[in-house]
Design a protein around this ligand. Structure first.
Ligand SMILES: NC(=O)c1ccc[n+]([C@@H]2O[C@H](COP(=O)([O-])OP(=O)(O)OC[C@H]3O[C@@H](n4cnc5c(N)ncnc54)[C@H](O)[C@@H]3O)[C@@H](O)[C@H]2O)c1
Length: 397
């Protein structure tokens, strides 16, 4: 089986690739990414992309369709991936998250791909009172990011067919450790606060409801989406992914982290304006359709793995909300350094190359073996990590 994963060099991608490499050892795994966050690594010995058969670099808005040849399943992670970035880059968010996603799905169907798994989000429920939201409940997207996910789902619904199973996984908010960490996620932020400062500052009044899911359990759900046939849930399926016990109020998450990291104080901003994004989610459809792929990680385990991961990194940055582990901060840094433009296109491929090489992780010691062989070169602009080195096959940007 050949699987293309877009947006694989972000936060979820490295965890997913590790999971798929183990669960589907014979699968050919290829990645496609623009590399905005590729150098934002944690304590790792080698680039997570060495677990792939090939890595392509390029922009999804100029996706070279030939990469879909022979592909059985597409996992589409690539996106402007949260509300702050969506607010800052509103029209680009529409271009990348909506237009390019629809075009990718159309091309995938045309090229005979059998399964298309889309990383959607429960944030499309927005502010929802009156109990946990089911898939059939009205949507209330409050941000450009959430609206883009709703818009893609509408298009994908038209494309699902007996030979093209489309699964839109409406994920809860992610948490947990990854070889490319994000600290702009509620639980990850709290653990980083506890480790670096011994104090969790909750920016809201702590009352909003937020369903959470560990990145390992997201990977398990994606694995299910890849294998899902249209007769299990329909040619197009939108499904909430998570479990009901993981519907938490933000203040409860802060208390759980404080318990796990002894000596941590919790300060809640009681004067904060009410956070409009608050919802609980009903996961019964996912439990019914995917009994063997249900979340397994406990909240305690997620917190522990984050704490251990941060400690291994020697993490002590009290000012981490200004660091490279905040996605928006990273994009703004690229723009301030004049290597990325406001439309989120790299200005020059040499800039991109130097960012990738600055991670110092291109070569995996002693690794030149099977799985890293040169994949077919083709036209279009992309760049390939192969056999422990990068090969420059860019055309014009
Ligand atoms: N993290 C969460 O809480 C969460 C929850 C629900 C859904 N999701 C969805 O899961 C997916 C992955 O999330 P993540 O947390 O790994 O995000 P991320 O921001 O860490 O990774 C996204 C990746 O997409 C790439 N990308 C962005 N624009 C691109 C473009 N124009 N061309 C090529 N590549 C591009 C980036 O370089 C990055 O590597 C996203 O679609 C996100 O919306 C995430």
């Amino acid at each position: 089986m050949k699987i293309l994963i877009t947006g694989n060099t972000g936060y979820i991608g490295p965890v997913l690739v590790r999971h798929l490499r183990k669960a589907l050892p014979d699968a050919e795994l290829i990645g496609f990414d623009s590399g905005f966050f590729t150098h934002c690594l944690t304590a790792v010995q080698y680039m997570p992309e060495f677990d792939l058969n090939a890595q392509y670099w390029g922009d999804i808005r100029n996706f070279p369709d030939e990469l879909l040849k022979g592909v059985d399943a597409v996992v589409h992670l690539c996106a402007v991936s949260n509300d702050p970035m969506g607010n800052r880059f509103e029209s680009v968010t529409r271009d990348i998250n909506f237009e390019a996603s629809r075009n990718l799905a159309l091309s995938a169907k045309k090229q005979g791909v059998k399964a298309f798994v889309f990383a959607s989000s429960c944030s499309m429920y927005g502010y929802a009172e009156g109990g946990p939201r089911k898939e059939s409940d009205p949507l209330n997207p409050l941000t450009a990011y959430a609206r883009s996910k709703v818009a893609v789902e509408k298009e994908l619904e038209k494309l699902g067919s007996t030979d093209f199973a489309v699964t839109s996984l409406r994920f809860s908010t992610a948490c947990g450790m990854s070889r490319r960490l994000r600290l702009d996620l509620v639980l990850n932020d709290f653990v980083a606060c506890a480790v670096a400062a011994g104090e969790i500052t909750v920016l809201s009044d702590g009352t909003p409801w937020r369903p959470l899911i560990d990145v390992k359990d997201m990977s398990r759900a994606i694995d299910w989406g890849i294998s899902r046939k249209p007769d299990m849930g329909g040619a197009f399926l939108a499904v909430n992914v998570g479990c009901s016990e993981w519907n938490y109020q933000v203040k409860d998450l802060a208390e759980a982290v404080a318990k796990s990291v002894p000596g941590t104080k919790v300060s809640i901003n009681t004067n904060a304006q009410p956070d409009k994004r608050s919802y609980q989610v009903d996961f019964s459809q996912f439990a019914e359709l995917a009994p063997d792929y249900q979340p397994q990680v406990t909240l305690q385990q997620s917190i522990e793995e984050l704490r251990e991961g941060l400690e291994q990194m020697g993490f002590a940055d009290k000012n981490f909300r200004e660091s490279q582990f905040m996605r928006l901060k990273m994009l703004d840094t690229h723009i301030a350094e004049n290597v990325l433009n406001e439309q989120l296109f790299w200005k020059n491929r040499h800039h991109f190359n130097s960012i990738i090489s600055s991670s110092n992780m291109i070569s995996k010691p002693g690794q030149n073996g099977p799985g890293f062989e040169k994949s077919q070169e083709s036209s279009g602009f992309f760049h390939n990590v192969i056999a422990g080195k990068t090969e420059d096959v860019w055309n014009d940007i």
